[in-house]
Design a protein around this ligand. Structure first.
Ligand SMILES: NC(=O)c1ccc[n+]([C@@H]2O[C@H](COP(=O)([O-])OP(=O)(O)OC[C@H]3O[C@@H](n4cnc5c(N)ncnc54)[C@H](O)[C@@H]3O)[C@@H](O)[C@H]2O)c1
Ligand SMILES: O=C(O)CC[C@@H](O)C(=O)O
Length: 455
């Protein structure tokens, strides 16, 4: 008998008694909203507690004005909730994360490996937005923390803003409006155009880019796109082979790529030179995709006739903070404070979507939709007791885990393990509850990163 097996013989199974916090069907039903909340347990599920941890000890920290729809869902779960309107400094976040289980952020809050290291209790991070570049995803993965986002809840809002900006740039609306606010009546047609028949070039033809393409075509524009992946063209949109080809063919260029090594400064002086004389640039992706100094120069020279910019390489953490950019004061430049996805509809939908993912992970260990983690969505048998083990992806982990379990008086009802290049994620359902000593034995395995027993 192995040493581990001998040790595990002393471990016990344990009847679930008053330690369990029972999620009643009524409580689950109050989550509300059109998006599916955590599925209500069926009637038989009330025979066993669905979680073996006191839910009111789960601490949720929500930064950057996350929608009330998310707050209501966490409240229904009876989690403790703390909110703050803006992002924190790294030091403030590191301090706060020491006893937080769930962190919710939007695009401003940078989550570094240093902050994650101190976050010993952190179970999951929710980015209540599309972009996840603000989080060190690799570090979160290595530390066993899945990161969730809302991949398309604000897609339409961004696409509509971009279409509005195409028209606003073509008609110099920003300048005309500011002039009238200052009392200057300047009725001109020079340099103002219809968008019908013009070419819109889309860089990055994913969720947002393709939606913009559909709307632009409905307004009579020709639409071309460039993407590093092969994409199915919508309607009469056509793919081009290179970024230069797109820039040379378009009156309007709009950017919809994620921030990455390949997209940082992808529009800089050489690319701006490739754009047509008198064309327009729109950036509602990420600030560092465009070299703003080069854009300012192209605007001053008149080579670019206007620009609409929603995102900046450095953005203020709070609404009250000051802001400067080299684009301020230039003609026909529309500046917006990163509001592409900021509509009532989008924020409410994002709140529900990301809160649902986080609650499912806390309550059941479901990682479907995580952007940095092996994805497991394991059917729930309400009479099972679930163990979750995030571990290093090395040989022998299952052997060691099973040697702890196999000497107990329990049946393994189901077991699923998914791995990526760094970590593995094991979900195991047992027919009986096991004691905290078993949990501790699993946690102490040298390969274990995070271990939880749910119910
Ligand atoms: N302004 C806002 O408020 C706001 C709101 C939502 C999203 N965003 C930003 O928009 C980005 C795009 O969102 P999405 O939902 O369309 O993402 P998506 O993942 O659906 O699409 C991105 C597309 O870009 C392509 N791509 C990646 N690298 C490329 C490269 N080097 N050259 C050409 N194409 C490349 C991908 O293949 C993909 O098709 C997000 O990552 C986010 O940063 C901004
Ligand atoms: O809400 C935000 O802070 C940013 C939204 C947007 O940039 C996104 O990535 O979804």
């Amino acid at each position: 008998m192995s040493k581990r097996a001998r040790e595990s013989r002393q471990l016990t199974t344990k009847p679930l008694s008053s330690q369990g916090w029972e999620l009643t069907a009524a409580a689950a039903g109050t989550m509300g909203g059109p998006a599916p909340a955590v599925a209500a347990p069926d009637a038989t599920c009330t025979l066993l507690p669905l979680t073996s941890f006191p839910k009111n000890k789960i601490k949720v920290l929500l930064l950057e004005n996350i929608s009330h729809t998310a707050i209501e869902m966490f409240e229904s779960e009876r989690f403790q909730i703390e909110t703050a309107p803006g992002a924190l400094t790294e030091e403030e976040l590191t301090e706060k994360l020491r006893d937080v289980h769930v962190l919710g952020i939007r695009s401003k809050m940078h989550v570094s490996d240093g902050a994650l290291k101190a976050a010993r209790r952190l179970l999951a991070i929710g980015c209540f937005c599309i972009g996840t570049n603000q989080v060190d995803l690799e570090a979160a993965n290595r530390r066993g923390v899945p990161v969730f986002n809302a991949p398309f809840s604000n897609t339409r809002s961004v696409a509509e803003l971009v279409i509005g900006e195409v028209i606003a740039l073509a008609r110099q609306l920003g300048d005309r409006s500011s002039e009238l606010h200052r009392g200057t009546w300047k009725k001109v047609a020079k340099g103002c155009y219809e968008i019908r028949g013009k070419t819109l070039g889309i860089v990055g033809y994913g969720h947002i880019g393709s939606q913009v393409g559909v709307l632009a075509e409905m307004l009579g524009m020709h639409v071309k796109f460039f993407d590093i992946a092969t994409k199915m063209p919508m309607g009469n949109n056509t793919a081009v082979a290179t970024l230069d080809e797109l820039l040379q063919a378009s009156e309007f260029v709009t950017l919809h790529v994620p921030l990455s090594e390949t997209t940082t400064n992808m529009i800089s002086a050489p690319q701006l030179k490739q754009m047509k004389q008198g064309s327009y640039l729109i950036n509602a992706s990420r600030g560092s995709v465009v070299d703003l100094a080069a854009l300012a120069e192209a605007l001053r020279e008149g080579h670019v006739a206007g620009a609409a910019v929603d995102v900046y390489p450095a953005e203020p953490e709070k609404n009250s903070d000051g802001f400067t950019t080299e684009l301020q004061g230039l003609p026909n430049v529309i500046l917006t404070p990163h509001i592409g996805g900021s509509t009532e509809e989008a924020q409410a939908a994002i709140g529900r979507e990301v809160a649902t993912s986080l609650i499912k992970y806390v309550n059941r260990g479901t990682t479907a939709g995580a952007v940095n983690f092996p994805e497991l969505d394991f059917p729930q048998d309400c009479k099972s007791h679930r163990i979750l083990n995030v571990h290093q992806n090395v040989p022998g982990v299952l052997r060691n885990v099973n040697s702890i379990i196999s000497d107990l008086d329990v049946n393994i009802k189901a077991q699923m393990n998914m791995t990526d290049s760094n970590i593995g994620y094991l979900v195991m359902d047992l027919d009986k509850a096991v004691s905290h000593e078993v949990e501790a034995a699993l946690r102490e395995l040298p390969t274990s990163i995070k271990t939880r027993i749910l119910y």
